[in-house]
Design a protein around this ligand. Structure first.
Ligand SMILES: NC(=O)c1ccc[n+]([C@@H]2O[C@H](COP(=O)([O-])OP(=O)(O)OC[C@H]3O[C@@H](n4cnc5c(N)ncnc54)[C@H](OP(=O)(O)O)[C@@H]3O)[C@@H](O)[C@H]2O)c1
Length: 363
């Protein structure tokens, strides 16, 4: 019964999908139940949703690119805090071009480059019809792969560095998962603000190469999870820089606790991800004697709490200015077609991907 409903909503492209595809260039990666993304995602014809006449304040967009983030996978698995109504299109952020506007639309015009302002609109698709209020115009000079990743990871790094502990020139931040997209943006923003970073990554065969890359982006120190526990390594790190006032944690488990041990008294740890799937364990002394603070951060909540104020526009303007002047680059990204979604998702889920996969839609 549900398949029927899905067909009515999105028109499934089955094994003979090529024929259907040739009839429609409007398609998306749709799931009708939560579960393993490889099993539940289907490429579907969505033209019944995107080829209707526009209402007065609606805008039709043609997606150019959309990344595969861990949270997108968790959402499809049904283990994320956001549970879109099913059937749903995968993806949470992306960049699009305006290809049609309703009669009363004032905020955008055809040809504008836009990003969606609300999450879970479903961005792994070629086209969508969205309310004009849900679109933000962005600079067309920013390359498509970077623009597609603007809403989530650079903004998360920016807010975590700004909103929890006042940091000044010469301060230090420690972060794990430092080669993640968020981590890479945090390194570059910290460099711009003259803040030292201690960057913890997992041991890997290409460690030296990755360390070199992160240092070239501005990392002060890059160490493995094992080195973080070695006194001589950490003594040498702290010869030239102060103890961190802020820790950014997207891993959890033992590594998060190891990062805490180096945090300065009165410092703060901000947890924004749980890649190890292990809980965050705080030593009692961190709370009683060091008076350290522990926070969680969720970009989606920040957007909800800051709807309608100017801070979002200021943040995006600032980040775009850094991107345009070459001071902020996106993580190494691989452009991939929507057809190749299984490959992109499998590699993202496996860890040690080393790149961000970004769906690039054919115009
Ligand atoms: N709270 C928020 O608002 C918010 C916003 C953005 C992102 N996030 C979260 O932040 C995390 C990173 O997101 P992203 O898009 O930046 O990720 P990403 O670019 O895909 O990178 C994933 C990172 O996780 C590491 N990792 C994967 N499995 C791990 C494990 N078992 N133990 C330790 N590290 C592991 C990877 O290291 P390897 O290279 O060693 O595999 C890599 O550094 C995710 O949990 C995501 O959901 C949260």
């Amino acid at each position: 019964m549900f398949a029927k409903q899905l067909f009515a909503k999105f028109n499934y492209i089955g094994l003979n999908g090529k024929r259907l595809l040739s009839l429609s260039t409007n398609y998306g990666l749709v799931y009708e139940e939560y579960g393993d993304p490889i099993q539940v995602l289907k490429k579907c014809d969505i033209s019944s949703k995107t080829s209707r006449p526009l209402k007065a304040h609606e805008v039709k967009v043609s997606y150019l690119a959309s990344p595969v983030n861990p949270a997108d996978i968790n959402t499809i698995q049904g283990v994320y805090a956001v549970k879109p109504q099913l059937p749903a299109v995968g993806g949470n952020e992306g960049v699009a071009r305006v290809v049609g506007i309703g009669s009363d639309v004032k905020a955008v015009k055809e040809g504008d480059r836009v990003i969606p302002s609300s999450s879970s609109t479903g961005t792994w698709r070629t086209h969508a019809i969205l309310p004009e209020k849900d679109l933000i115009i962005i600079d067309p000079d920013i390359d498509v792969l970077t623009a597609a990743q603007l809403t989530v990871n650079p903004c998360t790094a920016y807010r975590m560095l700004k909103d929890f502990i006042p940091l000044t020139k010469g301060d230090t931040v420690i972060q794990n998962g430092a080669n993640s997209a968020v981590g890479v943006y945090a390194i570059q923003l910290a460099k711009e603000w003259q803040i030292n970073t201690i960057n913890v990554i997992r041991q890997r065969p290409d460690f030296a190469e990755l360390k070199h890359k992160l240092v070239s982006l501005g990392a002060t120190h890059v160490i493995t999870e094992e080195e973080l526990r070695q006194k001589d390594v950490m003594d040498s790190v702290f010869k030239n820089i102060p103890k961190p006032r802020l820790a950014l944690n997207c891993v959890g488990g033992k590594n998060a606790t190891d990062c805490m041990r180096h945090l300065d008294s009165n410092g703060a740890m901000v947890t924004y991800g749980g890649m190890s799937k292990q809980p965050v364990i705080i030593p009692t002394g961190a709370l009683i004697f060091k008076d350290q603070k522990f926070f969680g951060y969720w970009m989606t909540r920040w957007y909800r709490d800051n709807t309608g104020n100017n801070e979002r526009a200021l943040m995006l303007k600032y980040l775009c200015s850094l991107i345009k002047t070459g001071k902020l680059e996106s993580p190494k990204s691989v452009a991939i077609g929507l057809d190749e979604y299984k490959d992109a998702i499998n590699k993202t889920m496996a860890g040690f991907a080393g790149v961000k996969y970004v769906f690039v839609m054919k115009p």
